[in-house]
Design a protein around this ligand. Structure first.
Ligand code: NAD
Length: 485
């Protein structure tokens, strides 16, 4: 049996079972060709509210399920991601415009997220505390209840499963609201895997739809925790709503990540790292290298080598050829990229490579000679654009790196002692020395600071337990205590 045979899910959402959505259907469109690949069901607000109520009921029994049984479901899910990796990758390539290597990374990490999460049910559920009273005292970790996961289009599988897997493992029910442009890769594939892995009905509910459904899964009264990954603008709205309703929201938002190239760095390796950081998945990654900060002694040569690489990278339909870059997800995103590149040119920047597009295929682009106030430098472009600026002192490099509202990832290339000095002085959730800015592992804390979000909420047992459980203080005496009243 194939995992994603359309007969199983075509035109449907999944609440307790595959069913029609109240908002009809959403086309699944291949950005490389504009072809409609199929359709998923479209949920509306009423679907989301009903799903939350049903999830809360199902969660009660799921939280009481033996830890070894919950772990087994997660292990089977990991194995299913491996067994059906090729089929899921085909959908990721076509639905999101990914090259095969990126699609392979998504299924590989999805399996790892499930295996890491499989260890959580058997993890100690809290602490035995000391007390000044004659009693036992415990801090107990308990499932939060219903968790809503809202995910974006760029790495739809990883950015959904990194919350879905630990939340389920810890005894929560989950409402999954993928981006409407990537509902199969970020939703249907996960729903089908957990269906086959034996997760009880109602514990995971799939609600494809747009912002309205996203708002509903935040507002639904049964939802206690929201895990949102997406733009800073939408994240602020989710955070505001969650704050007003006194719910916890984990917000993983945009980035404008710097790559610092220190004096003496190997130029060939540095340009290769810089090209990967800026152009991988068409620059549509929150950790994409959005600012190259290069020592003045290397600047000219670095720009030349980066531009050479950019000009040589093949761009095209990833499902039909050996390309390095596929299409941008849609016209709106492409127009935003082009707006920023044009604004940079108007402000005096030179285009050392690229700067043009055909349809949704944007050429990898290198910009130099811009000012640090240029929007192409200050804004998250979310496209294959590498703006480069020079620096003379380490103080200046640190100041340039920190002069951003975002704070997700930083790469530093060169001598390790100097790189550590930089790492100690930057405000980012991740630092990668002698690597570019894009990196993610299931067991490592992931998250940003400032406009990049509320910080390091995912990855590793400690972060995931903190994110998806509530602490209850429990005291106990052998007999009823005596009081002066
Ligand atoms: P987006 O914010 O428009 O959409 C993301 C998700 O939020 C989608 O599912 C969307 O339907 C939903 N949504 C939109 N408005 C909402 C609202 N008001 N309430 C509830 N849900 C809402 O994001 P996008 O622009 O399509 O995605 C790219 C952005 O995501 C970039 O800024 C990127 O940096 C960021 N991102 C961050 C991370 C991270 O881990 N920090 C990872 C990937 C992408």
């Amino acid at each position: 049996m194939t995992l994603l045979a359309t007969s199983a899910w075509h035109g449907r959402i999944h609440t307790d079972a595959w069913t029609a959505g109240a908002a009809g259907v959403l086309d699944v469109v291949e950005p490389a060709t504009g072809r409609v690949l199929g359709s998923v069901g479209a949920a509306d607000r009423s679907d989301a509210l009903a799903a939350a109520t049903r999830a809360a009921e199902a969660q009660q029994a799921w939280a009481r399920t033996k830890p070894e049984e919950r772990a087994a479901v997660l292990r089977r899910a990991g194995a299913l991601f491996e067994e059906h990796a090729g089929e899921i990758q085909d959908w990721i390539i076509r639905e999101t415009g990914s090259i095969a290597a990126k699609a392979g990374l998504e299924t590989h990490i999805a399996a790892n997220e499930c295996y890491e999460a499989a260890a959580l049910p058997a993890h100690p559920a809290g602490d035995v505390l000391t007390s000044n009273e004659d009693r036992w005292s415990f801090a107990r970790r308990r499932a939060a209840g219903v968790v809503s996961v809202i995910s974006p289009f760029n790495f739809p599988l990883i950015l959904s499963i990194r919350s879905v897997a630990p939340a389920l493992a810890l005894g929560n029910a989950v409402l999954l609201k993928p981006d409407p442009r990537t509902s199969v890769s970020g939703g249907v594939s996960i729903m089908r895997v957990f269906e086959l892995a034996g997760l009880p009905a109602g514990v995971l509910q799939l609600l494809p739809g747009g912002a309205e459904v996203g708002q509903a899964v935040v507002e639904a009264p049964e939802v206690r925790v929201v895990s949102f990954t997406g733009s800073t603008a939408a994240g602020r709205k989710v955070g505001e709503t969650a704050g007003r309703l006194l719910k916890r929201a984990h917000l993983e938002l945009g980035g404008n990540n710097a790559l610092i190239v220190l004096p003496g760095a190997d130029l060939d390796l540095a340009a290769s790292a810089g090209a990967f950081g800026s152009f991988m998945h068409q620059g549509q990654i929150c950790m994409t290298t959005g600012r190259h900060i290069v020592h003045e002694s290397l600047l000219q040569e670095y720009v030349e080598r980066l531009a050479e690489k950019a000009s040589a990278l093949p761009v095209g339909d990833p499902s039909t050829g050996q390309v390095a870059l596929g299409p941008i997800i849609d016209e709106r995103q492409r127009d935003n990229i082009d707006r920023l590149v044009r604004a940079a040119k108007d402000d005096g920047a030179q285009v050392a490579a690229g700067g043009t597009y055909e349809g949704l295929f944007y050429r990898p682009t290198v910009l130099t000679g811009l000012t640090p106030r240029n929007p192409a430098w200050t804004e998250e472009i979310f496209g294959p654009v590498a703006p480069v600026l020079g620096f003379s002192t380490i103080d200046e490099a640190v100041q340039l790196a920190n002069a951003s509202e975002y704070g997700l990832s930083l790469g530093v290339l060169g001598e390790v002692g100097l790189a550590m000095e930089v790492a100690d002085r930057v405000h980012t959730g991740k630092v990668h020395i002698n690597e570019q800015t894009v990196s993610d592992e299931a067991n490592s804390p992931f998250g940003g600071m400032g406009a990049s979000g509320t910080g390091s909420r995912f990855g590793g047992a400690a972060a995931n337990i903190e994110a998806f459980t509530e602490t209850q203080w429990l005291t106990m005496r052998p007999e009823i205590a005596r009081y002066p009243f």
